[in-house]
Design a protein around this ligand. Structure first.
Ligand SMILES: CC(C)(COP(=O)(O)OP(=O)(O)OC[C@H]1O[C@@H](n2cnc3c(N)ncnc32)[C@H](O)[C@@H]1OP(=O)(O)O)[C@@H](O)C(=O)NCCC(=O)NCCS
Length: 205
């Protein structure tokens, strides 16, 4: 049995992670993410349509039913705040209970446009892998990308994901067919990556 010191599991170097609340503020934030058509075209198979408040509410409810659905935030700026400005959403899919033996999940992530390209997406995915393997005891984490989302693909490879499959012509978008890419990382690969990077696995920073 190893000794573990208490720590805050809902933070990484520059970010904090909190639950999605039933509040007008969170409703507006989820809608701001969901109505960004450019982001949705890079991350969703859904037919591109102007996002209604109702559709965003349904997505928010789906987040609440996920294995992990969090708002990615900057750290609080005052002692009274629980978390600071929201910058994105991260979700680990819940599989049906009868699939529990397989111990895998799927990540989806969206960073608000004005906060993209600052390293937040990579940091949040890294944190979610720590949570998935160290906290939830999963064996495999998967993430998907469309073949035109080359920036996201590079990021996933840098984070240690391996391309495991390419589903040809999986998506009809803007007048042409695009492939769907499946990336995955296994528990042992993640642990080895952490060991090589000299990271302490008992906390998430
Ligand atoms: C993809 C995404 C999650 C990455 O998060 P991020 O905080 O922007 O990325 P980071 O700053 O941690 O990492 C930078 C990498 O992400 C890529 N990236 C940055 N902005 C991006 C964008 N708008 N869309 C796709 N990839 C982007 C960059 O190309 C960069 O890789 P590079 O340096 O090799 O070019 C985020 O940009 C996003 O939410 N995009 C829109 C929705 C989306 O594509 N979701 C992923 C579905 S697979």
């Amino acid at each position: 049995m190893s000794t573990i010191k208490p720590f805050d599991p809902f933070r990484s170097n520059r970010l904090v992670y909190r639950a999605v609340n039933d509040s007008p503020g969170d409703e507006a934030f989820v809608h701001a993410i969901q109505r960004d058509a450019e982001a949705q075209s890079g991350s969703s198979y859904g037919l591109l349509r102007p996002e209604s408040m109702q559709a965003s509410k349904e997505f928010k409810e789906h987040l609440g039913k996920s294995l992990l659905g969090v708002i990615i935030c900057l750290p609080p700026t005052s002692e009274t705040e629980v978390a600071g400005e929201p910058v994105g959403i991260l979700c680990l899919k819940a599989n049906p209970p009868s699939w529990a033996a397989h111990r895998w999940t799927d990540i989806s992530i969206d960073i608000l446009k004005q906060h993209q390209g600052k390293g937040y997406g990579g940091e949040a995915i890294r944190w979610s892998l720590w949570w998935a393997f160290q906290m939830a005891g999963l064996h495999r984490v998967q993430i998907q990308a469309f073949s035109f989302n080359t920036g996201a693909m590079r990021l996933y490879e840098r984070l240690g994901f391996k391309e495991e499959g390419r589903i040809r012509d999986h998506m009809w978008f803007s007048g042409s067919w695009h492939d769907g890419l499946i990336y995955g990382i296994l528990e042992d690969e993640w642990r080895e990556g952490q060991r090589l990077a000299g990271r302490d696995l008992t906390s998430c920073v």
